[in-house]
Design a protein around this ligand. Structure first.
Ligand code: G3P
Ligand code: MG
Length: 244
């Protein structure tokens, strides 16, 4: 099986991360899937943003959890990246699900519940995925192992991945213990040993965030199941060369 190429926050090198422009560009560039990050607003709307606060990627300030979605929608999520993207908005999860449902794309939704453990985030996201009939091509990933436990009792998607940073001593064991069927590791932690150990346990292993051609090639050579990249076009071209 060829490794899958997930556009990390969309094609985020060339368009503002987690916006519709970044997702559309990733699709045009031939990505196999989209990776995005989700938080909950004050009125419990799942929204797509990496940080807990809006400061870095919009013209606003403060925490997502303190905004209603209609307040968040008014922020500009594009100008920080380039004036060309002025007027880009923060998306709610439903907008991505509506767009993706008729496209042959996988979806990786990262639940951003390691710093703020949003109550009901898991059930709200699973309910939306079920409504849009996307459970079979979605992986939910998170750094918070308790969140994976909570997902076990829900109508959850096919993929449940534990994300691990460089600090975790035994990532394969941790993912297994948490009840995940996939491990998402930082590129710095990639080794053939980890890939083989995951595969022995029937666990998928994917690597983040891989942008340099040399790193992309190394990931592919280990037989990992996928990568997350800001530059899907580069990875697609490289995969074509590498596998032909
Ligand atoms: O899902 C892979 C990657 O996105 C995890 O880290 O901080 O970029 O969300 P981060
Ligand atoms: Mg992420």
């Amino acid at each position: 099986m060829q490794p899958k190429i997930f556009a990390h926050r969309g094609a985020s090198r060339h368009a503002p991360e987690n916006t519709m422009d970044a997702f559309k560009l990733a699709y045009q560039q031939g990505a196999d899937g989209i990776e995005t990050d989700v938080h909950l607003t004050k009125d419990r709307v799942p929204v797509l943003m990496h940080d807990e606060r809006v400061n870095r990627t919009t013209n606003g300030t403060g925490y997502i959890k303190d905004y209603t979605f209609s307040q968040l929608e008014k922020l500009d999520a594009g100008t920080w990246f380039s004036p060309h993207f002025a007027g880009c908005r923060i998306l709610q999860l439903d907008e991505l699900l509506e767009w993706i449902r008729d496209k042959p794309l996988y979806l990786n939704i990262e639940l951003k519940n390691n710093k703020i453990d949003y109550s009901h985030l898991e059930s709200i996201v699973c309910e939306r995925l079920s409504q849009y009939r996307l459970l079979h091509r979605t992986t939910l990933s998170m750094f918070n192992p308790l969140s994976i436990r909570r997902l076990q009792s829900l109508n959850q998607p096919d993929g449940l991945a534990l994300l691990t940073s460089s600090r975790i001593k035994n990532p394969v064991w941790s993912a297994n213990q948490a009840g995940a069927n996939a491990l998402h590791i930082k590129y710095a932690r990639l080794s053939q040993k980890i890939v083989d150990a995951c595969h022995r346990r029937d666990m998928a292993v994917r690597v983040y965030t891989v942008n340099k051609p040399k790193q992309i090639r190394r990931c592919f050579s280990t037989g990992c199941n996928g990568i997350f990249t800001d530059v899907p076009q580069v990875a697609v071209e490289y995969r074509e060369k590498f596998t032909n």
